[in-house]
Design a protein around this ligand. Structure first.
Ligand code: GDP
Ligand code: MN
Length: 394
């Protein structure tokens, strides 16, 4: 689950990281008020940033500076409602604008190959790390975090030297690097990225100082670990969640959208993957991975059907159920019910074996469903139906 920058900032602050203050505004007037407060507190200018779950907001015109409350209101008015990579901006972050001396990159990822958290740092901040990795891979410095020992000071110092930090910023950097690892662990995140981590100029009691500040924050949480963090569930941005994902989550269905034409409804992840392979082998392309789980009742079957049919690319449906805890007749009833409400006529082929398969077969025959007995048969029939629907050769 991706979370908004403003929420990611809160998680960084909780680990003691240096993040400048901010406010979230949903209207230009709110943005103007927030700007007035920060300017009164001594900020030279304010920064106004679109809150959308995509990167590259700066390039798209979603990050801008303003020098007065009126200007902030005007700029917020332009950013709110803006379309950034297909997403409408509904809120902005407002904060005191930092005076940037240099932009660095610092990110922590969960590296599945080494099964460790890996920190990455680069002196090329502000640029997307994928771009740096492509053009100048040698500019990325890495440190692998030992699961028991954590990030060691010398590792953090090596990263700092690698990206040209020294002197008073060294100690700050070590603290920030450790804070990123702590944020990963405290929230079961699989990505925590600060880009830019900036060297900023501030006026202190002893004149100008250069300090490090986290000016952007991107965090992705591990969905499978969310049950361990019920307090993070409220950070889900319903404005930006795909309605299909929301419905799947509500009914406890594992659903992943793919690009093919054959909608698959299967129980069990293993059987679902096998079914996708069979579809491919029969010459078709699955439109989704969908596991209705064990013990599915009629309402969950109906929800799965809605999810499949909501995809306009689907022109045939394959149902493959192995009844164990799941009862075949329950699934058959769900299918019959779902088809009676279906808004779109799409050919369907059903294979139900296992618990109560005979009762299922009787119900399906009565309702004139097309059925199949074997795995190959159900895949071939579904692919054939999809070909005919697409107007191709039978
Ligand atoms: P992104 O483009 O979505 O990654 O958004 P960022 O938050 O990283 O902002 C993009 C760019 O805006 C940064 O790389 C900075 O150059 C600039 N920027 C962000 N915050 C500030 C700020 O407080 N002061 C100044 N001067 N520039 C900023
Ligand atoms: Mn950024």
């Amino acid at each position: 689950m991706k979370i908004q920058e403003a929420d990611a900032r809160t998680l960084l602050v909780a680990q003691g990281l240096p993040v400048p203050p901010w406010a979230v505004a949903r209207t230009p007037a709110e943005a103007g008020d927030a700007a007035a407060r920060f300017l009164a507190d001594g900020a030279g200018r304010v920064v106004i940033k679109a809150q959308v779950l995509v990167g590259g907001r700066g390039k798209a015109g979603g990050v801008r500076l303003a020098g007065s409350p009126a200007e902030a209101e005007d700029v917020a008015g332009r950013i709110l409602g803006m379309d950034i990579k297909g997403i409408t901006v509904r809120k902005v972050l407002v904060g005191p604008a930092a005076v940037i001396v240099k932009e660095l990159y610092l990110g922590a990822i969960l590296d599945r190959a080494s099964r460790r958290i890996v920190l990455m740092a680069s002196a090329e901040g502000g640029v997307e790390i994928e771009e740096v990795a492509r053009v100048t891979p040698e500019a990325i410095h890495r440190a692998s975090v030992h699961p028991l020992l954590g990030l060691l000071d010398y590792q953090a110092r090596a990263l700092a030297f690698g990206i040209g930090l020294g002197g008073p910023n060294l100690r700050e950097f070590v603290r920030i690097a450790k804070g990123l690892v702590a944020t990963m662990r405290a929230n079961d995140a699989d990505l925590v990225e600060v880009n830019p981590l900036a060297v900023v100029r501030e006026r202190g009691p002893e004149g100008q100082v250069e300090r490090l500040a986290c000016l952007d924050a991107k965090i992705t949480l591990d969905d499978s670990a969310l049950p361990r963090h019920p307090e993070l569930e409220r950070l889900r941005d319903l404005d930006e969640e795909d309605p299909a994902d929301a419905e799947a989550r509500h009914y406890d269905i594992s659903f992943i959208h793919l690009d093919g034409t054959i909608g698959c409804m299967v129980n069990g992840a293993g059987l679902a993957m096998t079914t996708m392979d069979l579809v491919k082998r029969a010459g078709g392309e699955p439109a989704n991975f969908l596991d209705i789980g064990g013990g599915a009742k009629a309402d969950r079957v109906a929800a799965a059907m809605r999810l499949i049919l909501a995809d306009p690319g689907v022109d045939a449906i394959l149902v493959n159920i192995f009844g164990g805890i799941t009862r075949g007749d329950e699934v058959a009833r769900g299918l019959i019910e779902a088809r009676s409400r279906q808004e779109r006529e799409v050919p369907m082929v059903v294979r139900i074996v296992g618990t109560n398969a005979e009762e299922a077969a009787r119900l399906l025959e009565e309702a004139r469903f097309e059925t199949a007995a074997t795995l190959d048969e159900v895949a071939e029939k579904a692919v054939g139906a999809s070909r005919r629907a697409a107007g191709g050769a039978p």
